[in-house]
Write a protein that binds this ligand. Structure first.
Ligand code: MLT
Length: 266
């Protein structure tokens, strides 16, 4: 069920269904809660699944102000407000994909009392290089002038494994639809926010909640060769690699990803 939840400066739209431990599913860039379509109903049998559209994205875009730069910390603060409204007494399992993972680090740093576990899908702890950050600013400027069409075309080939691109046209279409629906303002502000995100690599040994790290074996954006060593630095973290999946492992291989999440939540 989709709900609108009031936070201090507007409304956040989120999917909310099921009973049990709270599983907060936080989408990547430039997507919305629908990227978790294969987790929402499947996991609501055993968890309370809450999947927001972040500030600047999906149905939340028109309902919350967007500043020029939307930091990962700001998004984490929004989610803390959401959780306070929906499940005030229960620390949550925060599951973030890619940009959702960048937000997860900030949620852990700033809102630790609200956190029971972390699931980090296809993400990284390192900050952008100076060159990557400049590239994001250039892209943000172009998005504001031209819209998101060129970004959708340039990102698509990197997001999905070859098998998905060839044999799963419905996933390719769903990704294009979500990316095209993202608001240029939200996309530009998130690009600048990601460019400004801090390097979390030195914090990894201090992560003090049970952690599951999931990586698509064919992810070229946050590859296994970076994610495996990242997981090894988090005390006690479990690392799961999903065969024949790219950056969008929960959408590409839902049965495998859902099984890993279920086993971890038990
Ligand atoms: C994402 O999937 O959220 C993006 O690839 C993150 C990024 O651009 O660093």
């Amino acid at each position: 069920m989709l709900r609108e939840i009031f936070i201090h400066d507007g409304r956040l739209t989120c999917f909310d269904a099921g009973k049990g431990p709270v599983l907060l599913l936080v989408h990547g860039f430039p997507l919305d809660h629908r990227m978790w379509s294969s987790q929402l109903a499947a996991l609501a049998g055993e968890c309370r699944v809450i999947a927001p559209d972040l500030r600047g994205f999906g149905r939340t875009a028109p309902a919350l102000a967007i500043h020029d730069e939307l930091t990962m910390e700001h998004q984490a603060d929004d989610l803390a407000e959401l959780i306070t409204a929906l499940a005030p007494n229960e620390p949550v399992t925060f599951c973030g994909l890619s940009m959702g993972g960048y937000i997860a680090w900030q949620f852990w740093k700033k809102h630790r009392a609200k956190l029971a576990r972390l699931i980090l899908c296809d993400t990284k702890a390192a900050a952008d290089s100076a060159e990557a950050a400049k590239g994001r600013h250039d892209t943000a400027g172009r998005v504001l002038k031209e819209g998101t069409g060129f970004l959708v075309e340039s990102m698509m080939p990197k997001l999905l494994a070859e098998e998905t691109r060839k044999n799963r046209p419905e996933i390719v279409a769903a990704m294009k639809e979500m990316m095209s629906a993202a608001s240029p303002d939200g996309v530009a502000a998130a690009l600048k926010g990601m460019a400004a995100r801090p390097d979390m690599s030195n914090w990894l040994p201090q992560i003090d909640v049970p952690t599951l790290v999931i990586c698509g074996a064919e992810d070229v954006i946050t590859p296994a060769k970076e994610m495996r060593p990242m997981a090894e630095k988090i005390p006690g973290a479990k690392y799961v690699e999903i065969a024949a999946a790219g950056h969008m492992s929960p959408l590409e291989k839902p049965d495998e990803v859902n099984a890993a999440i279920r086993a971890f939540m038990k």
